[in-house]
Design a protein around this ligand. Structure first.
Ligand SMILES: [Zn+2]
Length: 164
């Protein structure tokens, strides 16, 4: 049985996508966004491939926690154009393990790792949609696809300008 790819193509004409589908513009970038990501990035590298959305991959990986990594990896690469996005979530080395990973403007996922037994695990199961405050008021922040439960708190600092 042929399974569908674990990524989707995104219409990179940002404005049109935004207007057609409402507030979900997390996959689009501009220079300002990239600059901003640089500032707020938490020990990560550029987790973005222009024009491709790996949400199906991230959901696939989360659904495979507790399973044999060799099997999970084999299936994942068979359904991807590149293995690279797998390792945005899954740490290759212990020092790369993160409680959470920010894959796009307001899209966060659990950091994953492979334990000594070769089983896929969550780095910190206590981190979830209620753990982090949104960075702005205008974007819908999600953790593993679930909306953040905290609301944006105006602490008097200048708010980042998001693409709206
Ligand atoms: Zn925003």
């Amino acid at each position: 049985m042929l399974k569908p790819p674990l990524f989707r193509k995104v219409n990179t004409r940002a404005r049109e996508v935004h207007h057609r589908f409402g507030g979900d513009y997390r996959h689009q970038r501009n220079t300002e966004d990239e600059l901003r990501s640089e500032v707020v990035r938490q020990g990560m590298h550029g987790h973005q491939r222009r024009g491709l959305d790996y949400t199906p991959l991230f959901k696939f990986l989360l659904s495979k926690v507790g399973q044999c990594w060799d099997d999970v990896y084999a299936e994942a690469i068979s359904r991807l154009n590149s293995p690279e996005p797998i390792f945005w979530l899954v740490a290759r080395h212990q020092h790369q393990q993160h409680d959470y990973v920010r894959v796009a403007e307001a899209s966060y996922y659990s950091g994953l790792y492979i334990d000594e037994g070769g089983v896929l695990q969550v780095v910190n199961p206590n981190v979830g949609p209620s753990s982090l405050p949104p960075l702005c008021a205008c974007c819908t922040h999600t953790f593993n696809g679930i909306r953040f439960t905290q609301s944006f708190r105006d602490n008097g600092e200048p708010e980042w300008l998001c693409e709206t």
